[in-house]
Write a new protein. Structure first.
Lengths: 391, 357, 565
């Protein structure tokens, strides 16, 4: 059913369709509307779930860990500082191979404190061993959220669904919400083979010594590798039931024959698509690579997607100070094995919620025409605002 | 010695004959008689083969707790000695479903498990275990949250009064004047400068249905409290005084004796609280001087240095703290009570005199 | 190869694969059944702890059966024994010794009342027969134990009735004759025991006859002959010795006329005590006991205390007996053939130059009292007449604990001359019977039980509830007669309550402490309850040797011993 919904409200409805048994969350901007909506659904009796209002994100993550470990479908959502506070638990959830789903309403990480959107939070936990998917629209966020529950239980890994704070979470959009029947047909009831059970009283979270720790990590890495195929299959399966896919690991948009490409994750992909429409006559049409799966990182698909490109702009919504962009660095690494790899320009954009106008498309492409164009920059930083010694 | 070898022969034979006990209650029994171990008339929540030190009070306490709580329970265990010694992969000593996640999140993990049970309409009771570090200190917030949200969880803290797993560092539960590796005694210090945190009063302020202190010296009392808490719907809390021979520096054989003296001198009062109100205490028949308790332990050895005037001051301070406990909880018994700190120890042929009610 | 589980879960109880028993470095706990002090000191060899354990479970008949494995006459010993078991009882240090003799007496009476069968089987027709000379406590015990061990016994008794000293030397106020007869007859009625009355060795047969006719001979003639007594050679012509006075009185109910006046009894044993009390009751003007020993008290060395049953002494004092301790008769003052007075002189047993104790009279302490009668009670000895070649001196002196004085010849009871008690005689009978059985089977002598004794220090008294000793009614002095039993009995409830006071020294109390307190689950309980500790097993595969069970075992039954490879 098509309906104009705020992004957060849409996510709450999508989560409800998956029939979660335990929801735990701690409020943080810009995630709050999601959990408020879920609370209301529970309060109104529209969602039969245990809603646990915890005293911190740390406990939110711990509660869903415990709930899923005990065999319940569990969901949480957070952002920014909350993700960092959760990070210890996030490593634990994935390390114990507990399947559950979290929405990250991406927001900058302080300090200084900043409540607006970028993707520093999710980048800070890129090594936590979770599947991390990015959405460019609220429709994709709804569909990806529902897919994430199936993905989690089929892979035995936790899944984080990223959606840009405010830009998506607080934006009204017409959403085609799948019906309960469709979701039920797509998503089987929760099953976790290794769940805690008095009938088979196993111990989880044991102490693993050096004799087995590398194997533990290898197995986790291998599971992430195998998840690549599952992400695509589940997207296809979803399309079969609901009639709409969300872009598998990545999709190539724009001019597929273009020599110049732009790679990005999240809502900025939409901005670039709009910029392309507006400025293709001025600066030409670019190939736009919409990366959906950041973890596992789809190296093979990426190498195929850049085939024929001379130049590739990688947009980062975060920065690793002293290195540059995280996504850009990873893309460069992956492409380094290609014979005719495109030249990678890695630009951090829109940090801490700086507006990314559609003109950015034009500005990026214009910039890289210059041979002296920097390979990395905080692209939209106005250095005049800095004291000379801080530039 | 003859009895000795007879003993081990009997065991070996039975093991050879019957193999290992089943992994779970529902595992189909092989066509065989029960092993001696299986035939014991109690539930074994914490099995042999764990790697606790000799005379570990925490291992004893955890065994007693799971024995009276199990088998229809699941446990969330904070990081600490108990977790480490019980579950070095690929082995576990637990016979109840058990999960260890982190140091500071056992109450939250337990909350999630409990929410899951509620969502599924199951009656399996959730327990959470932590040491004093995980409870008084790092897991304190999560514990408070769990209690406030009224989860149906029995939280048990095994109080050995320091971070033992990392090598005896002081915690907020370490008693005043005790030495640890981070509160050593020296020219300028007489051990820990601060007081033991009065956790039970903080717990009481949550007005939960039941909170109590117990001691390994009084297993029947301890198990009665566990059984009582198991029957309560809502959050319940138990702090168990669990001597650590290594950290307290006493002979491994003296674990129960040390714990008993802690109760009998008033430094570790055994009390029960209902919705935050004191409802029951274990009276002390004849309070012993705190020195009876302290003198058994190396961590207080500096208090018995006759050449240091501060030693007597600290002894007097600890005595005053014990007297204060006796006064505020009204621990002084009146005459002979079969369930006071003397009577609760009494046994007769067939078991404890006060019974396992 | 161990395969990694996803998320590294582990299977329940898999730690059993890890044998922490290998951590035990120096010590391991073991079950050590030490002797309880009551058992260690019991001359009859009773294991009081063992039969109290049955009583603690409410199993009265089992308790009696356990008791009579050593002593067939608890009804008798419960009345006459000076109960060294109670003196040794570790509970003395807590809140008073167990009233062992009262419970023993109740058990004996209960067995008679209920007609419980002795736990013995009739001997085989061709079982060897042992001749027993004398039907006193030693002879009766020997006969009983012979039957218990599968032999037959034929008793030869001089007197027309069995009982020996029990009948001839102990007043009915201590041992009512109906009690004696009931228990004694039950023993004599056992299959395999033949009693021949009015048969005197040396008159009706000789020892050599018996040796020829029987598989073995046990001599338990008792001490019927008073030891010679004189004061520096002087003996009053109308001398009546204590034992004979007693026997006369039991047989005919009369005492000499002089006994109406002031009487001095000289001596110190139970016979002296009994005759003093009978004479007081029969109307003596005064009775004074002069004894070289001391009265019990903090200043009296244990080996200097007058050798009488403590409660007998207590009762005699209640009844008005005057005792002059640490004294002897120094001189007799005669008027013609009549005694008129004695000179009393203080003395004490002192260590001499050779380290042995000897009597030292203190010059200057002499005092004269006028008396009408002096009764010596300085002890009795064996009448050596029939035992020529077997006895040298007043008593038999076997050089072994079995009483063997020649091949298949044993001497038992008072005839062995130790500070005799009925219990010791009963113990002699058992030990000799066991030795005979072994000798006849061509086996070595039975090995003495040399287990250590459990001292008070070996107990953990934190585990014992306080409870006071049962109080027993006694006949008031004014109501005491020649016949009525002075000490009252206890009820079944009192007996069972008293049994709960037993600390079970050195043996398992089945209290579950070890099972409850083992941090390593290495104590395994195999059944709900047993009385001997057999239902706890150490699982040394997992026992780390921490010593907690050793420390918390109330009874000292668990002990730490060095680890042996």
């Amino acid at each position: 059913m098509r309906e104009a919904l705020e992004g957060s409200q849409a996510i709450a409805r999508a989560v409800a369709l998956t029939k979660p048994e335990v929801i735990a969350a701690y409020p943080i901007t810009p995630q709050t509307h999601i959990v408020e909506n879920l609370s209301k659904l529970v309060a109104d009796g529209k969602l039969k779930a245990e809603y646990v209002s915890v005293e911190s994100e740390f406990s939110a993550a711990s509660v869903v860990l415990g709930a899923a470990a005990a065999g319940a479908r569990a969901y949480t959502a957070s952002a920014s500082q909350g993700i960092l506070l959760m990070s210890e638990v996030m490593y634990n959830i994935s390390g114990l191979r507990v399947p559950l789903v979290m929405t990250i309403a991406n927001r900058a990480v302080g300090g200084p404190i900043n409540i607006w959107n970028d993707q520093s939070d999710t980048m800070a936990v890129r090594d936590a061993g979770w599947i991390q998917l990015h959405c460019i629209s609220n429709q994709e966020a709804v569909d990806t959220t529902i897919q994430a529950f199936r993905l989690a239980q089929e892979t035995g890994l936790p899944v984080a669904v990223n959606m840009d704070g405010f830009v998506l979470t607080h934006t009204m959009e017409v959403i085609d919400m799948p019906s309960q029947e469709e979701v039920d047909a797509f998503l089987p009831p929760f099953e976790f083979a290794d769940a805690l059970d008095p009938e088979r009283p196993r111990s989880m979270g044991t102490l693993v010594d050096p004799n087995f720790f590398p194997e533990v990590r290898h197995s986790h890495h291998a599971a992430m590798g195998k998840a690549l195929a599952r992400i695509e299959e589940i997207d296809k399966a979803y399309k079969k039931v609901v009639g709409r896919a969300s872009g598998g690991l990545l999709t190539v948009e724009g001019d597929k024959k273009a020599k110049v490409g732009i790679l990005a994750m999240g809502s900025v992909v939409g901005t670039m698509m709009a910029g392309l429409e507006d400025f293709k006559d001025e600066v030409g049409a670019a190939r736009i690579i919409k990366l959906r799966s950041f973890r596992p990182f789809p190296a093979k698909a990426l190498r195929a997607a850049v085939k024929g490109l001379d130049k590739l702009v990688v947009i980062d919504r975060a920065i690793s100070p002293g290195l540059g962009g995280v996504l850009g660095t990873e893309v460069s690494a992956v492409l380094s094995t290609l014979k005719n790899a495109p030249k990678v320009y890695n630009y951090a954009l829109g940090l801490g919620g700086r507006d990314i106008p559609e003109t950015m498309y034009r500005d990026l492409l214009t910039t890289i025409e210059d041979k002296k164009a920097p390979r990395f920059a905080v692209f939209d930083a106005d250095l005049d605002k800095l004291a000379p010694e801080d530039r | 010695m003859a009895q000795d070898s007879e003993n081990s022969k009997r065991l070996t034979e039975l093991r050879m004959k019957h193999g290992r006990p089943p992994a779970s209650p529902s595992e189909p029994r092989a066509e065989r008689a029960e092993t001696l171990r299986e035939a014991q008339p109690r539930f074994r929540g914490l099995e042999s083969g764990h790697r606790a030190c000799q005379g570990c009070g925490e291992a004893l306490a955890a065994r007693l707790v799971t024995e009276s709580a199990g088998p229809d329970v699941m446990v969330a265990n904070a990081t600490g000695c108990l977790e480490v010694f019980s579950t070095p992969w690929p082995q576990t000593a637990w016979r109840v479903p058990w999960i260890h996640s982190l140091f500071e999140n056992a109450p939250a993990v337990a909350s999630g498990m409990e929410a899951a049970m509620k969502a599924k309409g199951k009656n399996t009771k959730v327990l959470a275990f932590g040491g004093d570090g995980g409870t008084y200190d790092i897991g304190f917030q999560a514990l408070s949250g769990m209690l406030e949200r009224h989860h149906n969880v029995l939280y048990v803290t095994y109080d050995n009064e320091a971070y033992m797993n990392t090598g005896i560092q002081r915690s907020s539960s370490t008693p005043h004047a005790a030495t640890t590796t981070t509160s050593p005694a020296g020219k300028e210090r007489m051990g820990k400068r601060h007081l033991k945190k009065d956790l039970l009063s903080i717990i009481a302020a949550h007005h939960i249905p039941y909170a109590a202190s117990a001691s390994v010296a009084y297993p029947q009392d301890l198990q009665r409290k566990v059984r009582y808490a198991m029957g309560v719907e809502g959050p319940t809390f138990l702090v168990i005084h669990s001597p650590c021979p290594l950290g307290w520096r006493h002979d491994s054989a003296l674990t129960v004796e040390v714990a008993r003296r802690a109760v009998q001198c008033g430094l570790f009062p055994l009390v029960e609280l209902d919705r935050g109100a004191l409802t029951n205490i274990m009276p002390i028949r004849e309070p012993r001087p705190v020195s009876d308790y302290l003198e058994l332990q190396g961590r207080f050895a500096h208090l018995f240095n006759k050449n240091d005037y501060r030693a007597q001051e600290e002894l007097d301070h600890l005595q005053a703290l014990a007297d204060h406990n006796i006064e505020i909880y009204g621990l002084r018994g009146e005459g002979v009570d079969p369930i006071d700190s003397t009577g609760m120890s009494h046994v007769h042929r067939g078991g404890p005199l006060a019974g396992r009610n | 190869m161990t395969e990694l589980t996803r998320g590294t879960w582990a299977d329940a109880g898999s730690s059993l694969d890890f044998k922490t028993g290998s951590w035990r470095s120096t010590q391991r706990p073991v079950h050590v059944h030490s002797k309880a002090p009551c058992h260690a000191t019991c001359p009859a060899g009773e294991d009081q702890q063992a039969w109290f354990a049955h009583l603690q479970l409410g199993h009265v008949e089992e308790a009696w059966r356990s008791l009579v494995a050593a002593n067939p006459m608890p009804g008798v010993t419960g009345r006459v024994c000076p109960h060294p078991c109670e003196t040794a009882c570790n509970r003395t240090e807590v809140d008073g010794a167990l009233a062992i003799h009262n419970v023993e007496r109740w058990l004996g009476d209960e067995a008679v009342a209920k007609g419980w069968d002795y736990p013995v089987a009739p001997p085989a027709d061709d079982a060897p027969t042992v001749a027993i000379v004398g039907a006193g406590p030693a002879g009766l015990s020997a006969a009983y134990h012979c039957v218990r061990l599968g032999m037959k016994a034929e008793i030869f008794e001089t007197l027309p009735e069995a009982g020996g000293l029990l009948r001839m030397g102990i007043p009915p106020t201590r041992l009512p004759r109906n009690v004696l007869d009931a228990e004694l007859n039950r023993v004599l009625d056992l299959p395999g025991i033949t009693l021949n009355l009015r048969q005197r060795l040396g008159r009706d047969m000789t020892l050599e006859d018996l040796r020829e006719r029987f598989a073995a001979v046990m001599l338990s003639p008792g001490c019927e002959m008073s030891k010679p007594w004189s004061v520096h050679g002087a003996v009053p012509p109308d001398l009546h010795e204590g034992l004979h006075l007693l026997q006369e009185f039991y047989d005919h109910g009369v005492l000499p006329d002089a006994a109406k006046g002031d009487v001095i009894v000289h001596g110190g044993g139970n016979t002296a005590m009994d005759i003093c009390r009978i004479m007081m009751r029969a109307g003596a003007k005064s009775v004074t006991l002069i004894t070289a020993s001391g009265l019990p008290g903090p200043d009296t060395a244990p080996d200097d205390v007058i050798n009488v049953v403590p409660r007998e002494l207590e009762e005699a004092l209640e009844e008005g007996l005057t005792i002059i301790e640490h004294a002897t008769v120094g001189r007799l003052i005669m008027k013609g053939s009549k005694i008129k007075g004695v000179e009393i002189v203080s003395l004490k047993k002192e260590k001499g130059p050779d380290g042995r104790k000897r009597r030292v009279e203190f010059t200057g302490t002499e005092r004269v009292v006028s008396v009408d009668m002096v009764v010596p009670c300085v002890g009795e000895q064996v009448d050596p007449e029939a035992f020529e070649g077997y006895i040298d001196g007043a008593y038999f002196s076997p050089d072994n604990p079995y009483g063997r004085i020649a091949d298949r010849v044993y001497a038992l009871g008072d005839a062995r001359g130790h500070r005799g008690t009925v219990a010791a005689a009963i113990g002699d009978g058992r030990i000799a019977a066991e030795a005979v059985a072994a000798e006849l089977a061509g086996a070595d002598d039975p090995v003495a039980d040399d287990r250590p004794e459990m001292s008070y220090d070996g107990l953990n008294t934190a585990y014992y509830a306080g409870s006071s000793r049962v109080s027993v009614a006694k006949l008031p002095v004014s109501e005491r007669t020649f016949e009525a039993e002075i000490e009252g009995g206890i009820s079944r409830a009192e007996a069972l309550a008293e049994a709960q006071r037993c600390l079970s020294c050195g043996n398992c109390l089945a209290c579950d402490n070890c099972w409850t307190m083992c941090p390593d689950n290495a104590v395994i309980k195999t059944a709900e309850l047993a009385s001997d500790g057999s239902h706890y097993v150490f699982d040394y595969d997992y026992c780390k040797g921490c010593g907690l069970c050793v420390q918390e075992c109330p009874t000292g039954y668990i002990q730490s011993v060095p680890e042996t490879s």
